[in-house]
Design a protein around this ligand. Sequence first.
Ligand code: NAG
Ligand code: NAG
Ligand code: NAG
Ligand code: NAG
Ligand code: NAG
Ligand code: NAG
Ligand code: NAG
Ligand code: NAG
Ligand code: NAG
Length: 494
Amino acid sequence: MIGSPTKLLLFLGVVVAVFAVPVPSEDKDPTRCTYDNQDYKNQSTWVAQEAFKMKCVTSENGSWRTEVISCVVPAKMRHCKDQKGCEDLHINVNDKKDDGQDMFECVSGNNQQVNLKHSKAAKADCKNHKYGTTWREGFFRYKCQEGGVIKLEACITAENSEIPLGETLKMDMYDISCTMDDNGVVSMKSKSDSSRVVCKTSEGVNKKFGEKWNDKSFVKKCSDYGVTRIVACRDDSVEEEIPVGKNVTVNGKTFSCYKNESSFALRRTWCEHAGIKYDNQSYWFDQDVFKYKCELTPNRTMGAIIVGCKTPSGKEIAIGETVEIGDTAFECTKGNVTLRSGPVKNALCLRKYKTGEEWTDGTFKMRCEPHGKTSAVACMAWNNTEISVGESKRLDGITMECASENGKVILRPKMGADCVAEDGSIKKSGDIWHEKAFVRRCSEYGYNDVIACKSGDLEIAVNTTVTTDGVQHICENKGKTFRYGHQKQAPLPS
Ligand SMILES: *[C@@H]1O[C@H](CO)[C@@H](O)[C@H](O)[C@H]1NC(C)=O
Ligand SMILES: *[C@@H]1O[C@H](CO)[C@@H](O)[C@H](O)[C@H]1NC(C)=O
Ligand SMILES: *[C@@H]1O[C@H](CO)[C@@H](O)[C@H](O)[C@H]1NC(C)=O
Ligand SMILES: *[C@@H]1O[C@H](CO)[C@@H](O)[C@H](O)[C@H]1NC(C)=O
Ligand SMILES: *[C@@H]1O[C@H](CO)[C@@H](O)[C@H](O)[C@H]1NC(C)=O
Ligand SMILES: *[C@@H]1O[C@H](CO)[C@@H](O)[C@H](O)[C@H]1NC(C)=O
Ligand SMILES: *[C@@H]1O[C@H](CO)[C@@H](O)[C@H](O)[C@H]1NC(C)=O
Ligand SMILES: *[C@@H]1O[C@H](CO)[C@@H](O)[C@H](O)[C@H]1NC(C)=O
Ligand SMILES: *[C@@H]1O[C@H](CO)[C@@H](O)[C@H](O)[C@H]1NC(C)=O
């Protein structure tokens, strides 16, 4: 709780002087009050220390005194200081003012002193909260009370239930209370009620508080708040429970019930593989191909781990190694362990070529790779022209490429290749241009197609004849060659 004591801000006394030295003046009353090295006339006022409004009072007999007539709270010291129209607050002596947030009191006390006292107003805010409102902070609800006093009203549970201070909430298996001790410390405490506790097994069966049951390798117990705890390990071959942190040896086999901060485990000193038990550190073969070892795995349980392979002839190979037996190479692969076999590294290709040797079969240039594998390194185009895999060459006006696609090597016209006109200029696929007696177009494979023949202004489409002015024009496609011809027609006999 936050209190709001009254604060004494400032105090100021009354100054009295008798027979003050008269000041020559036209004034009927030559007496002046002196305050802070300044002279003041009878009845004049000023503000001292930014906090008190003073007044000068003179008497006929030449004495004078200063008195405090009101207290002043400068605007910059008020709550409203950042708002428009916030002014200095004047409070007459023995009066008080409440500006909503603060209560200021101007009190004349003993010894002719005047004090300015400050306390919170009755309906003052509690920090950012308005008077009378309630709010939540963490697991508690507070209310803003009179005089800016914050009062804790209730505790709030993790499930958002409110418990008024001093009360208790009944949950399924426990009670939660919201209490305050003599030092004003508030706490939320829960207490498990064993008569109401229920635990559920992994099969969904209800168990009462304190009940024990077996679940696979563990003995479980129903504890406070309905929490299931592992209290021991168990194994079908051991009659008693295996206590946590202890080793139990039965028929030469040791069980150890192991617990670290986060988990429990029943460790056995042997492994089980395909229904057979193997001792710690022992080796065996499965399918006569894989070699296994029984040992502690990184997950801290005993496990059968593959450590190698065995060839059909009985030779053992470590994981990642390769051995050559006769014409065959055996590899025990890493990762998912497999025994892989194939031709030895320097096996002949097609029974005649050595590793690294190259030859051509007319269509491709081949190379002999290790393990008797063959691969195409280039395509053989016409006129015995070699084009390496992945490259292209221009042959007889067409660009051919030797491409590798889906593991196959193929020789094909190159899509989108440029054409080269007779004058050496480059034409893009789709470009049309005139060349001698022909109209040409660059095909999508970079071939200089003929689409028409040309004579003066006349264009004759391929495979057609056009007759003008008695002259017949012929544009002929004969296989790979084009021919343009014209002849004069004999006049028809009349
Ligand atoms: C000072 O002013 C008060 C109030 O007007 C008056 O009663 C008093 O006589 C004045 N003092 C002198 C010395 O005139
Ligand atoms: C002068 O006058 C004031 C007020 O009238 C009085 O309180 C004070 O005692 C007088 N002083 C003397 C020396 O007579
Ligand atoms: C149980 O046996 C394991 C190894 O088999 C050993 O590391 C551990 O210290 C033993 N624990 C006890 C309590 O004897
Ligand atoms: C406890 O054991 C678990 C499972 O074996 C393991 O993942 C975890 O890292 C261990 N924690 C400590 C602190 O050893
Ligand atoms: C298995 O045998 C190894 C080597 O003898 C030993 O270090 C290890 O503690 C044994 N493990 C268990 C669980 O008994
Ligand atoms: C521990 O590792 C072994 C071998 O790596 C595996 O067979 C077994 O399932 C693992 N156990 C757990 C609880 O992860
Ligand atoms: C290992 O085998 C499993 C199951 O056959 C497969 O899902 C996994 O991708 C394989 N891992 C590797 C590295 O080959
Ligand atoms: C290919 O041979 C033909 C006929 O011998 C010849 O006309 C042509 O120019 C040759 N092409 C190349 C690219 O050598
Ligand atoms: C012209 O005729 C030749 C031979 O008959 C044929 O191969 C070619 O496709 C024809 N061209 C056109 C554009 O019709």
